[in-house]
Design a protein around this ligand. Structure first.
Ligand code: UDP
Ligand code: ZN
Ligand code: FE
Length: 320
């Protein structure tokens, strides 16, 4: 049994997937993503595998709701992007830029495939890093969920961007970008991409990465933009690793438009949440945050940006 239920009081989607409880939890003696493991084989440097314990699948049973309780069939695909054969590599930022670009291109190819399935409406690409935040396998990997619904936080962003576009005839995100570039919160300013700690950060070391070009989908990026994205992500993730003395756990999610419909008012970006406070203690999303959606910050975005800029200067230049 697996289905997607909607909270009628908030609009949130919840994937009910009890079989996920079976997945291995931080095993010490084997790794399913190593070369030569049953699902991987040899001779690869980036691999996209079906998630063995998927939240959504093509075999999902039919689902039915009613006028109060909306239920959607948990149709879709869940994939793991194994980013390198090297099990003990700490993070994506330890790979050469060219290799990171290869990972990104593999994700883009998969997104093209997903877009050809009319039942998939959202392509969610994300990455969890760090045992502290509960990764079940430490081998460097990110994940893809190809979903039949648009996640609620994305829907909220779409609504606000659409309203801004309607009222002012401009992109909300382009305006945010212009405000952040050259500000005290700016981190990286490239030819095609910028990275900054947003004025409205919710996590202690939060970084948003934006293309300067107003695009909605990962598949719209050209080769040069993909290459530079790899370099910028590498730098930002390295800064997070060096910011407080020990590797920072983080969560990263791509915010892009849905695969269906006209969302020209939206502007894709990556959001990266570095979870350590400046003193190296983990920030929890506790009652105010989780219970009420009210985030409290024990630092300022400006001060976090300064720390991350300092950390950047200790990052090795590209090794590729
Ligand atoms: N997994 C897999 N094949 C295996 C073992 C695990 O596909 O043999 C998946 C597992 O379902 C999980 C992912 O690998 O989704 C590891 O992801 P992570 O720990 O980042 O986060 P999780 O999805 O567990 O929250
Ligand atoms: Zn824009
Ligand atoms: Fe966003």
């Amino acid at each position: 049994m697996s289905e997607i239920r909607r909270d009628p009081t908030t609009g949130d989607w919840i994937v009910v997937a009890p079989r996920r409880l079976q997945r291995p939890w931080q095993p010490q003696d084997f790794c399913p993503f190593d070369p030569g493991a049953p699902e991987t084989g040899y001779g690869w440097d980036v691999l996209i595998l079906p998630n063995k314990y998927p939240v959504v699948s093509e075999e999902a049973p039919p689902a039915s709701g009613d006028g109060l309780y909306e239920v959607v069939r948990a149709y879709g695909r869940a994939l793991v992007v194994v980013e390198t054969p090297q099990h003990d590599l700490d993070d994506l930022s330890d790979l050469p830029t060219e290799h990171i670009a290869k990972v990104l291109r593999a994700v883009v190819d998969e997104m093209r495939r997903a877009a050809s399935d009319p039942a998939i409406v959202y392509f969610l690409f994300f990455r969890n890093k760090g045992k502290e935040i509960g990764v079940s396998l430490t081998h460097p990997h990110s994940q893809i969920y190809e979903l039949p619904v648009v996640p609620e936080r994305i829907s909220r962003e779409l609504e606000r961007a659409a309203a801004y576009w309607r009222e002012r005839g401009r992109c909300l995100h382009c305006d945010v970008l212009r405000r952040e570039v050259s500000s005290a919160r700016s981190l990286v300013e490239g030819r095609h991409w910028v990275a900054f700690v947003p004025h409205y950060a919710r996590w202690p070391h939060e970084v948003h990465v934006y293309p300067l070009r107003h695009v909605q989908l990962l598949t719209q990026l050209d080769d040069e933009e993909i290459e530079e994205l790899a370099a910028v992500l590498r730098r930002v993730l390295c800064a997070l690793k060096n910011a407080v003395g020990r590797p920072m756990p983080y969560m990263m999610a791509l915010h892009q438009a849905p695969l269906r419909g006209d969302h020209r008012y939206y502007h894709l970006h990556f959001e990266i949440y570095g979870m350590y406070r400046p003193d190296g203690k983990l920030k929890y999303a506790a009652s105010a945050e989780t219970g009420a959606g009210l985030y409290t910050l024990d630092t300022t975005p400006e001060e976090a940006a300064e720390r991350l800029r300092r950390a950047l200067s200790s990052c090795r230049p590209d090794t590729s």
